[in-house]
Structure formats: C-alpha cells, structure tokens
Design a protein around this ligand. Structure first.
Ligand SMILES: NCCC[C@H](NC(=O)CCC(=O)O)C(=O)O
Ligand SMILES: NC(=O)OP(=O)(O)O
Length: 312
C-alpha cells in the first residue's frame, strides 16, 4: 500500500481487523520491519490519542519518530498554483512536501476542516498537497473529510465486543457547543458499509451528512426509534453539512443517557464532552467502550504502518 488516506485504502476490512487483533497479542512481533525507517507526524490541530498511539505503533515496529506541531510552529503554507505569495503564506506545499520527504520514509498528517468553506475543505488541500508533492507514503491522521485510523480502530472494537453474528449499530448525533467536523462520522459510515450489520444513522433534521457518503444507509430522525434494540451506540457531534459548518441545535434531548442506551455498548472516538454528548453515568459504567477504542488506535495505526513498510 502506498498511502492510507481513506477507509477505501483498506484492502480487506475483516482481514485487517483479524491481523490487528493478532498483533495486539504480541505487539513487537514485527519490531525489525521499521528498523532505520523514520515517520514524521505533522499536526495542524490538537491531539492526544492520534499523536501518542501513532508514535507508539511506529516504535513497536522499530521506527524512529519525529513530530512537529505544524499549525503554530511551521511556516504558513501556500497551496495555490501560481500564487504571488505577497500575503500571509511563507512556504509552498511543493517545497515543504519534498523537503519532509528527504527526512522521513512515511509522513502522517492531521489537518481538520476549517468549516467555513465546503469546497475548500472537500479539496483536502493539505493532505492532497502532501500526497501530490511528497515522494513518500502519506497517512491520514484526520483530514477535513475523514478519520480512517479511527474507523479502523472502531472496527477492531466492534469485532472484539460483538455478541452475535449480526449486530445493530446506531450512529447518533449528540449536542456540542462548538462546530465540529464531519470526518469521524464520515469514516465510521464508510467502515460500517463494509460490515454485515444492521446500521442506522440518527440525527435532527438539518444534520444530514454528505449524501454521497450516507447513500444506501437507513436514516431515522427519531432517536428513540433508532436506538430500539441497539447493540452498539456510536455517538458523535458534527456541524451541519447543508448549512455548512453551522451549529443548528444544542438540544440536550439528544444527549445519551443510561435509559436511552439500554443494554447497548457506548462508543465515542474521544475527546468527549461529559453531560453534553453523554451522561457521566454512561461513561463511568461498564457499557462504555471509549477507553478500549483508544487502545485500539495503537493497533489500527500499527497495521496501517506495517502494510506501508512492507511495500517500501
Ligand atoms: N479526533 C477526534 C475528534 C476531533 C474533533 N473533536 C473536537 O475538535 C472536539 C473539541 C472540543 O470538544 O472542544 C472532531 O470532532 O473531529
Ligand atoms: N480520537 C482521536 O483522534 O483523538 P485525538 O483527537 O485526541 O487524537
């Protein structure tokens, strides 16, 4: 595999999930694979899990790791072709990507959606700029439209916790005070489309995600109806897609309570706003899988890096 940019770069989801579960039993079984190879992690936004789990995964494969908080420490990058750079940008992506390629064997990038301009966000100029001009493989650590390392970790968590052959999985919107990206929800949906499951998406009117991504999925606007008989409830806030980047509602009737959850398992990518997205009682119960999901971020990253290293 050259790049890992979207869930569609997963050659076989069931095989990768099984490999990750196997790797978890003995994380150092490929510790020589990354010897004398370097990964450079570039962050244009904050992180806890992605930064530490990707670093841990790379170290377990024997790699050297360099990390840079590009958002506030790197030069402001220019992405436009032929731009007269007489404004705020100091360095062009063409040079930056080629330079980073001299220092490392893989580059991983986090660059969230700005949520102001849909067309600009969907053009994915940061991650696409790096994949166009870098001469090394590029890994998506959450871009404007996707978070495929998270979705792979979620697939591992679902497999480890499922009690029956065909589970009911519900993706529910929940309230949040800030405008948040669509990336986590998008990749979760793309991953669920590859699963044999009863999958339902629920959100208030106005929060429809990109119809190209939700095409073929069941959308139920009544959250109580959607949650009936759920085995897993994956909760996430996102801002409006049609009224791009806007917070249309912070209706606490959508907050996940113990009563709403019933006997289902609770999932969230983290960081989570307590008593906004979900009640304390859920997060502090044995029904919450959030810490297991975070643990599986190590193994989703490790599988992805292993596949890339095998092809270098
Ligand atoms: N990487 C996982 C989620 C990252 C981001 N959440 C956030 O920005 C939450 C910030 C806050 O709650 O203040 C998102 O929704 O895409
Ligand atoms: N879930 C996730 O990507 O967490 P961070 O934003 O902390 O990396």
């Amino acid at each position: 595999m050259k790049h890992y940019l979207t869930v569609d770069d997963i050659a076989s989801l069931p095989d990768w999930v099984d490999e990750a579960i196997n790797l978890k039993k003995d994380p150092y079984q490929f510790e020589d694979l990354g010897k004398r190879k370097t990964i450079c992690l570039l962050f244009f936004n904050n992180s806890l899990r992605t930064r530490l789990s990707t670093q841990k995964a790379a170290m377990s494969l024997g790699m050297e790791v360099m990390i840079m908080n590009f958002g506030n420490e790197g030069w402001a990058l220019e992405y436009g072709d032929g731009t007269v750079m007489d404004q705020g940008t100091s360095e062009h992506i063409k040079e930056a990507a080629q330079v980073v390629s001299q220092y490392s064997d893989i580059v991983a990038i986090r660059a969230f959606a700005g949520l102001k301009d849909k067309e600009k966000d969907e053009a994915e100029e940061v991650i696409n700029g790096f994949s166009k001009y870098a001469s090394i493989p590029v890994v998506n650590m959450e871009s404007s439209v996707g978070h495929p390392l998270q979705a792979l970790a979620d697939a591992i968590t679902l497999k480890e916790n499922k009690a029956k052959k065909r589970s009911k999985v519900v993706l529910s919107w929940a309230p949040h005070p800030k405008a948040l990206p669509h990336a986590v929800a998008n990749s979760f949906i793309q991953m669920m489309k590859k699963q044999d499951a009863d999958f339902v998406i629920t959100h208030p009117k106005g929060y429809e995600l990109n119809p190209e991504i939700t095409k073929g999925c069941t959308i139920e606007y009544n959250q109580d109806e959607a949650l009936k008989g759920a085995d897993f409830v994956y909760v996430k806030n996102w801002s409006s897609y049609s009224d791009y980047g806007k917070v249309l509602s912070t209706d606490k009737n959508w907050t996940i309570t113990k009563e709403k959850l019933g006997n289902a398992k609770f999932m969230h990518c983290l960081p989570v706003r307590r008593n906004m997205i979900v009640d304390d009682a859920v997060l502090d119960s044995g029904q919450s899988l959030v810490v297991e999901q975070a643990k599986n971020r190590v193994f989703s990253a490790q599988i992805v890096l292993k596949k890339i290293l095998e092809d270098i």
